[in-house]
Design a protein around this ligand. Structure first.
Ligand SMILES: *Cc1c(COP(=O)(O)O)cnc(C)c1O
Length: 367
């Protein structure tokens, strides 16, 4: 049996007519940027999350960059991020000239360890970027409490957690802003690059929108040095077709995850922990095992594709050697990077396929 790591087939098959309709209508409208399709998607996405404002932009990295810039963070400032995130979180911080300060994740949830944040705060710290990694919300109560006590801004990297909840409230709506990516493989994905920022702060929303539009609120009037990062009408139209299905797709991911959690019983495999009061959306189903590469190879031979998120923690990338960290500085992030394996997880996995993944893993014996 062949099981891909991810497939869009079933998801897109169900909405193919609507996607074609969205394309036709946008083409005929002759309006491709900053029109009512952007507005419609932004309004429905902020309403879906329970946030006051949504600003579409080019991608998830830009969503972080324009948020940080609009919040006034820049050269000389430090921003706390988890050591085991996707590179984009760190790149956003360095793009604006600030310095990322890494904090270890928890080994059980893979999210930033809130008990280790305070030790990383210095007089230069301006913000924390919690990442809701793999679709499980970070522990936002202690994170917001620390941020408030130290007067720090909070930018939630919600690129992997569209619709995830923490104590009934949507991930991305706790901090000053929530940054989203609609990269095709995310839980809510465009048919190309796209992103958005959500916030409850009207003035900040206005600034973020201008930041992604050349620093301009009024044509040819530039108050600050912005950039070009806008949501295409065509992507907004596709996203509006998909958004009403997101809860169904996330629910199916939870069903698959619950089967993995209850039926994978191989003692060689460590399953992810879900903290109390959260509703994850399982962007990634991450297991850990000592001989990760061995298990990956074994599953590959059986036709099961898997992923690794991520093989290298931020501090060990060539690109970040200037931060001056070395191997051994973040042992938990390092251990996750050598033991983590991501199982197939997408809307459209059949029960036969799920059975086969579970049985194959349970039959695995390390060499
Ligand atoms: C995907 C992702 C991003 C970046 O999104 P792009 O749309 O690819 O720019 C940022 N942070 C995290 C955690 C991501 O997974």
């Amino acid at each position: 049996m062949f099981i891909p790591f991810v497939s869009f087939d079933k998801m897109h098959h169900l909405i193919k007519k609507e996607l074609f309709g969205a394309f036709n209508n946008t083409l005929d409208s002759n309006w491709f940027i900053g029109g009512f399709r952007d507005k419609k998607f932004e309004d429905s996405f902020s309403e879906y999350l329970g946030s006051n404002f949504c600003i579409g932009c080019g991608n998830g990295l830009d969503a972080l960059v324009i948020s940080l810039k609009s919040l006034g963070i820049g050269a000389g400032d430090e921003v706390i991020i988890p050591a085991n995130t996707f590179i984009a979180t760190a790149l956003a911080v360095t793009y604006i000239g600030a310095t990322p300060v890494l904090v270890e994740p928890r080994k059980d949830t893979y999210n930033i360890d809130s008990s280790k944040i305070e030790a990383a705060i210095t007089p230069k710290t301006k913000a924390i970027i919690p990442v809701h990694l793999y679709g499980q919300p970070a522990d936002m109560d202690p994170i917001m409490e620390i941020a408030n006590r130290h007067g720090l801004l909070v930018i939630e990297d919600t690129a992997q957690a569209h619709g995830a909840k923490y104590h009934e409230k949507a991930a991305g709506t706790f901090g000053n802003v929530g940054a989203f990516s609609f990269y095709p493989g995310k839980n809510l994905g465009a048919l190309g690059d796209a992103g958005a920022v959500v916030t409850n702060d009207a003035e900040l929303a206005d600034k973020i929108r201008a930041m992604g539009n050349y620093g301009s609120r009024e044509k040819y009037v530039h108050e600050f040095k912005g950039q070009n990062s806008r949501l295409d009408e065509i992507q907004a139209a596709f996203l509006s077709v998909k958004l009403p299905h997101l809860d169904t797709w996330n629910e199916e991911r939870r069903r698959i995850a619950n089967r993995y959690l209850s039926e994978i019983t191989n003692p060689e495999v460590i399953l992810p922990t879900v903290i109390d009061g959260v509703e994850p959306v399982w962007h990634i189903f991450a297991i850990r095992t000592e001989d990760r590469d061995g298990l990956k190879h074994y599953l590959e031979e059986k036709g099961i594709q898997t992923g690794i998120h991520y093989p290298t923690p931020i501090h060990l990338h060539e690109a970040y050697k200037d931060l001056g960290y070395k191997m051994g500085d973040f042992p938990i992030a390092e251990e996750i990077s050598t033991t983590e394996l991501s199982l197939p997880m997408f809307y459209g996995l059949t029960d036969d396929q799920i059975d086969y993944v579970i049985d194959s893993i349970n039959e695995y014996r390390p060499a």
